[in-house]
Design a protein around this ligand. Structure first.
Ligand code: ADP
Length: 394
């Protein structure tokens, strides 16, 4: 039977939604509330059929945004009654070790998500606000939590325990969790589908390269290793995050510059990466354009980024004992032929070679005939993955 299922992704001052008809996976409407809580009005943008609209609506809380959204869906006749909504899937940042898969939200699951706010203080509490607001308006509609971390719960201890005193893992849950799990899982499944091969027979390296960036090594459809860690700060250099650095730099700078722990955290999360190195932008489009004009710092930043991605691909090929499919996804991965080319240069040792023409066109398959590894560009769709999981669970 056809079901209408909505995905909700609540951020600190934003709320994104998409409503699908399942199992056909037809997108009925999608939209975004921004600037929630900053003023008395918020910005509401949506696209429905071919129309794209941006407007402002009264209200300054996630609860008011959700109230408005439910009225909007009825008014625009996307739903004839709220009972038509069969389920809502929420993106939740951190599932810790408690959630190895997506989960129906009952009072016990909700309490665990709240408790995990200790590990994701900027994200889980606001995800909970989204869940509770919908529970209030639609008490009988099943809600599902889909976690950024769940897909990586298949990692073995050797890949998630940090070489710190073991008690910090046992007492404080300090370990590698990894993020972007929904995206890595989605694009790996899409790649298997496209290649018409069972995912269980493939060694996949998935590169999610957006403003946030991570790489995942996938074997038999399971995450074996991923570059983000205890938090999304680890691994690759990103838009504004530094990724892996020598940990001793942290106390050194704190002492030298008289910075507090939270100053340092902000510096590494919001002022580093592409933004920190170039000193002018976190957006690779600006950086590529400046590099083309001869800006040396922009060139350096691109070389650093591509180098780290390449080194991680090499490390993960070693971890997986080979690679059959290399996937590029997210803003940079899906759109930047220049960066994909930089990453794939001199990877012939691994059997990776790309076709210039297909790469320029952002084609689905960009590997050349000589490449023994399939190199694919796959558009990620975390919302669809959330809705699929919700549909299956309800
Ligand atoms: P987020 O992590 O915020 O979800 P996205 O996956 O949407 O990020 O990626 C956004 C980033 O993708 C932008 O900041 C920009 O750096 C990059 N990007 C988008 N289009 C292009 C392009 N054509 N060329 C290079 N970089 C691009």
């Amino acid at each position: 039977m056809a079901s209408k299922i909505m995905s909700i992704n609540a951020g600190s001052s934003s709320l994104k939604f998409q409503l699908f008809e399942m199992p056909e996976e037809v997108l009925l409407v999608k939209g975004l509330f921004e600037r929630i809580g900053l003023e008395d009005e918020m910005i509401f943008s949506y696209s429905i059929k071919d129309a794209k609209v941006k407007t402002s609506v009264k209200g300054k809380s996630h609860e008011e945004a959700i109230n408005f959204l439910l009225h909007f869906l009825l008014e625009r006749k996307v739903l004839t009654s709220l009972d038509e909504l069969s389920g809502v899937g929420h993106r939740v940042a951190h599932g810790g070790e408690d959630f190895k898969t997506s989960s129906l939200v009952d009072s016990c699951a909700l309490q665990k998500i709240k408790d995990l706010g200790k590990l994701a203080p900027l994200h889980n509490p606001v995800n909970v606000v989204g869940i509770e607001a919908l529970q209030k308006d639609l008490p009988d509609c099943p809600q599902v939590a889909v976690f950024d971390t769940s897909f990586h719960q298949t990692m073995e201890a050797k890949n998630y325990v940090y070489p710190l005193p073991y008690r910090f893992y046992e007492e404080d849950s300090v370990r590698r969790y990894g993020f972007h799990g929904t995206s890595h899982q989605f694009v790996a499944a899409e790649a298997a589908n496209y290649l018409e091969k069972p995912i269980e027979s493939m060694k996949i390296i998935s590169c999610h390269l957006g403003n946030g960036a991570s790489i995942c090594g996938i074997k038999d459809g399971k995450s074996v290793i991923t570059s983000m860690g205890f938090t999304p700060l680890a691994g690759l250099m990103m838009g504004t995050r530094c990724g892996d650095i020598d940990p001793s730099i942290i106390p050194f700078l704190q002492n030298e510059k008289n910075l507090s722990a939270s100053d340092m955290d902000k510096l590494m999360n919001a002022e580093s990466g592409f933004k920190g190195v170039t000193d002018f932008s976190s957006d690779t489009r600006d950086i590529i354009s400046e590099a083309e004009k001869g800006n040396e710092r922009a060139k350096l930043a691109l070389d650093m980024f591509a180098g780290r991605v390449k080194q991680t691909i090499g490390a993960y090929a070693a971890e997986l004992d080979g690679v059959d499919v290399l996937i590029f996804t997210a803003g940079i991965g899906e759109n930047s032929a220049v960066i994909r080319e930089m990453i794939c240069q001199d990877l012939t040792f691994f059997g990776i070679a790309i076709d210039q023409d297909q790469n320029q066109k952002n084609s689905r398959r960009i590997s050349s005939a000589a490449s023994s590894v399939e190199v694919l560009v796959v558009e990620t769709n975390e919302e669809l993955m959330i809705v699929r999981d919700t549909f299956h669970l309800i």
